[in-house]
Design a binder for this molecule. Sequence first.
Ligand code: GLP
Length: 244
Amino acid sequence: MSKIELIITDNYDEMSQKASEIFIDLLKRKPNAVLGLATGSTPIGLYKKLIEKTKKKEISFKEVITYNLDEYCDIPKNHEQSYFTFMNENFFKHIDIKKINTHIPNGEGNSKFNAENYENDLQKIKIDLQLLGIGSNGHIGFNEPGTDFDIGVHEVQLTENTIKDNARFFNNDINKVPKKAITMGIRNILEADTIILLASGANKAKAIKSVMSGVIDKNVPASALNKHKGKVFVIVDKEAASQI
Ligand code: GLP
């Protein structure tokens, strides 16, 4: 059995609320926290709650430093679906963070060089709280099934499953979805002090079941969280918990 702390909530809003409480608690204790951030539809509710709290001046991101998990390759930074754009539109532009303190892997140009640079940046810091979503195939960041758990930042070829899942952001046209991405490796993710994985909806239920079985399986990248030495919270709604 996994020693992960599983929190099952009634719905998406409650899932976002529980996650926001963990972030708020950290920011109150440590205003200069280092956060690992994620994209996708799942964390949007959490980001909205953190934006509200910032607007009410209950928390501040003035001293916070952030590192994002991943970025598509072969689309420009200012593309409407880049994770750079996602983070600015859904989070950064609404809070009091200094842009210079936000870091997102560079998907433009030479991936090997960009991966090495991001790895070097990560080696200089320690992430206090890493946020994760999960792909329907169990991927975290863009670490697709079969990825070695020991590798750091690297370029990946996205699987057909992920390309199909993400086509909804590209007018449902799989040809428009980038085929490559740059991502933190599982080793980088496991270096964080505390990890929160969020999942909502029945299409995540199978992956969540595998993670919570406690079996560490290369074909379910998120199952690597069972190896983590620090605290791991898996916060899910009822639908995502339906197969546990
Ligand atoms: C993408 C991201 C992941 C994210 C996953 C799930 O592939 N690289 O970090 O967790 O999608 O996305 P969603 O939350 O939209 O289901």
